[in-house]
Design a protein around this ligand. Structure first.
Ligand code: PLP
Length: 392
């Protein structure tokens, strides 16, 4: 995970810490799409990471009610009490993570929860084991804490065992394992047996775990297991969740982290000094989201499953090799043919087929040779994209 950014020096230079951080390549994809649209071209957009539906009306109404009741002042930095209490109940009953209101902190989306988690646990020089391919910002969030991300291939772990593969990359400087399931970008849902291996390794080596469960409600086959629910793990795990994907609340910026109360004291300081907490209307909306019935989540999951099945069958017909993703809302097919440069392939797909995808290389070296496509798009867009890919 070497950085290739050239650094400015001198008193007027921005910090070395921020200079080693790059800009998101997904922004470049968006610019290329805008240029094509400017020329009147239609693009089949599969590069995104947003739910296909709008925020449900009842959730929006709860925010409106909060505003009309003047819930517009500074929020408590750890989150409003009713939301923290409701989250503790949800964590205990749905995730099997014994939680109290004091062990939950509400954050500005999942990414802020991850930022605060890494800042809480890491010192410069510490190493973090990161299963790769990984969600792109993870590397930068770790670098911002001064620590070093170390890639661990998920593909190798699946073949040779998670514990053995982690052991091959651990050093005396290893402090944390970043652990994401269901995974972005592959859609892989890590099995209970594999998660038990990761947990056993963390206990043996006395490591902390930062778990990312952004897609906990999007599992089509198998089960979602929270690593923090396994024996001996609650005391060493910070788990991040978000309202973004489950309730289509990407723009509201509400997420949360649960973990040992002793750590949460420090996390609250970070929440205070970075954002002073999450806007109150968003928190009341999130509280209403938690009251959504299980049937509502199940019905949406079923819609995603149908879109997934259309996309995967179509990709195979178009000549792509792909493992069916058991979770999240991304397909991560192999690039067909001998030239596996994912950036060049993504550019070609956009220019020739008008299909926008994300090059696999942006998700780490292990992502090269693949592209990411979301199936959180309308069935028409998915079918149109597949037809365009077949014509290539
Ligand atoms: N973790 C993963 C794996 C994600 O894919 C995302 C968003 O794409 C997040 C965390 C962050 O979600 P949020 O939108 O709540 O910041």
């Amino acid at each position: 995970m070497a950085t290739t950014v050239e650094r400015a020096a001198g008193a007027l230079a921005p910090s070395r810490r921020i200079q080693q951080i790059g800009f998101s390549e997904i922004a470049k994809v968006r610019e290329a799409i805008d240029a094509l649209r400017g020329q009147g071209q239609k693009v089949f957009e599969l590069h995104g990471g947003e739910p296909f539906f709008e925020t449900p009306e009842a959730i929006k109404a709860a925010a409106g009610k909060a505003l009309s009741e003047n819930k517009t002042r500074y929020p408590p930095s750890a989150g409003i009490a009713p939301l923290r209490q409701a989250l503790a109940k949800k964590l205990t009953s749905r995730n099997g993570i014994a939680a109290s209101a004091e062990s939950v902190v509400v954050t500005n989306g999942g990414i802020h929860g991850l930022f605060c988690s890494f800042q809480t646990m890491l010192d410069p020089g510490d190493e973090v084991l990161v299963f790769s391919p990984y969600w792109t910002p993870i590397r930068d969030l770790i670098l911002l804490s001064g620590a070093k991300p170390v890639s661990v291939s998920t593909g190798t772990a699946r073949k040779q065992g998670f514990g053995k593969t982690l052991a091959a990359h651990a050093t005396p400087a290893t402090k944390v394992i970043y652990f994401n399931t269901p995974q972005n970008p592959t859609g892989y849902v890590v099995s209970r047996r594999e998660i038990e291996e990761v947990a056993a390794f963390a206990r043996e080596r006395d490591l902390a775990v930062i778990a990312d469960e952004a897609y906990e409600d999007l599992v089509f086959e198998g089960e979602h297991v929270s690593i923090g629910s396994l024996p001996g793990m609650a005391e060493r795990t910070l788990t991040m969740f978000t309202f973004s994907k489950s309730y289509s609340m990407t723009g509201w910026r509400v997420g949360y982290v649960s973990g040992p109360e002793a750590w949460m004291q420090h996390m609250i300081k970070l929440a205070l000094y970075t954002t002073t907490g999450v806007n109150q209307a968003g928190q009341w909306a999130a509280l209403r989201a938690l009251e959504s019935g299980a049937e509502e989540l199940a019905a949406r999951r079923e819609e995603y499953r149908q879109r997934r099945d259309t996309m995967i069958a179509g990709l195979r017909e178009a000549g792509f090799e792909i493992e069916t993703p058991a979770g999240a809302f991304y397909a991560f097919p192999k690039i067909p043919g001998a030239d596996r440069d994912s950036r060049a392939f993504a550019r070609m797909l956009l220019q020739k087929a008008r299909v926008s995808v994300v090059p696999g290389a942006v998700f780490g070296d292990e992502g090269e040779g693949h592209v990411r496509m979301t199936f959180s798009a309308s069935p028409d867009v998915i079918r149109g994209a597949i037809e365009a890919l077949k014509r290539l």
